[in-house]
Design a protein around this ligand. Structure first.
Ligand code: EPU
Length: 300
């Protein structure tokens, strides 16, 4: 099996933030068998989907990563949908809509991949992955392939067992409700309208919500109340219409983003004694200034 792999890979163009340096080795599996083979043969390999929730250092990363973007198979059997990790949420939402199946309308607005959405239990517009997932096929470095049913996934807000145990999502099976194509499309249109009105489009490079919401509150509200909408650093700024988004004017650096996140974090901590937790992932490690900020923001 010859698996697509590129060394010294320039990642910037593939990230939603349009930021990022060179990656030591990038594997691009086309299917589950290739994915499993790469995982078996490589320790310490990190997995990413559509890079819509990840900030990558301009100094790059010397290790190996897998991008699932070429794994896009979907099989539909009645109301059950088995999707590879790499298919993008909006694409899957559209495919199931055409079959008149309801439950994934929220995915229309998230640019992420299904694997990442299961991993973090993505949610929006009163729907979440955990509402509709029947099981996930995951990979653990110690135990190999595991089939985990919904009640074994330890789903909670923006988190799952995959994060606790470093499990990699290979495939996800959703059990959906029968509806009509028109009704599903209507709900997706409403979600897209919400997204357009409340969140920046990807024409303004961004990574979605920067911080998770703290229990019982909203990061956007807290950040807004401390004046975050006026904050900026180098080529990035807090979006003027929602204080939990950072947008890049195309000249921003990874250090700009982390420095701005630290400003936002500190302001909320000083005012409310609440330590916001980043929702976006960071990949780097070679830049000392970035590492210092990550120690505070990511507590590691
Ligand atoms: N708010 C402000 N000022 C702001 C921003 C928001 O006062 O600058 C207030 C709003 O008025 C509202 C509250 O904060 O009362 C919550 O804001 P919003 O409805 O925009 O939702 P959110 O909590 O910021 C969450 C998800 C989004 C998801 C939306 C819609 C998180 C961190 N974010 O946003 O997910 O699309 O709900 O369901 O949970 C993502 O995760 O990347 C993402 C975009």
């Amino acid at each position: 099996m010859v698996i697509n792999c590129e060394k010294n890979f320039d990642i910037k163009r593939l990230t939603s933030f349009k930021i990022g340096g060179k990656i030591g080795e990038v594997f691009l599996p086309e299917n589950i068998d290739e994915f499993e083979q790469i995982l078996k043969e490589n320790n310490n390999i990190k997995v990413f989907g559509n890079l819509s929730n990840t900030l990558i250092s301009d100094d790059g990363y010397d290790g190996k990563i897998i991008l699932t973007r070429n794994m896009k198979s979907v099989t539909i059997d009645g109301n059950k949908v088995l999707a590879d990790a790499g298919i993008r949420g909006p694409k899957l939402a559209q495919v199931v809509c055409e079959k008149g199946l309801s439950g994934l309308e929220f995915m229309i607005g998230f640019p992420g991949s299904v694997g990442g959405e299961v991993y973090m239990n993505a949610s929006a517009n009163s729907q979440s992955v955990s509402d509709k997932l029947k099981y996930a096929i995951c990979y653990s470095q110690n135990e190999g392939i595991m089939k985990l049913y919904n009640d074994e996934m330890k789903f909670r807000y923006r988190s799952s067992r995959c994060q606790d145990e470093d499990l990699i999502v290979l495939q996800a099976c959703f059990e959906l409700e029968k509806s009509t194509c028109e009704d599903v499309q209507k709900r997706m249109d409403e979600n897209l309208k919400f997204r357009k009105e409340h969140q920046p489009s990807l024409a303004l490079p961004n990574c979605g919500s920067i911080f998770k919401n703290p229990k019982g509150d909203s990061s956007g509200r807290l950040l807004d109340s401390v004046g975050a909408k006026g904050m900026s650093c180098g080529g990035v700024r807090v979006w003027e219409n929602h204080a939990n988004f950072i947008v890049n004017d195309n000249s921003g650096s990874s250090l700009d983003v982390l420095s701005l996140m630290l400003q936002m974090y500190n302001k909320v901590k000083d005012t409310y004694n609440i330590e916001l937790e980043p929702e976006i992932r960071f990949l780097g490690g070679k830049n000392n200034k970035e590492n210092e900020i990550c120690k505070i923001l990511y507590k590691k």
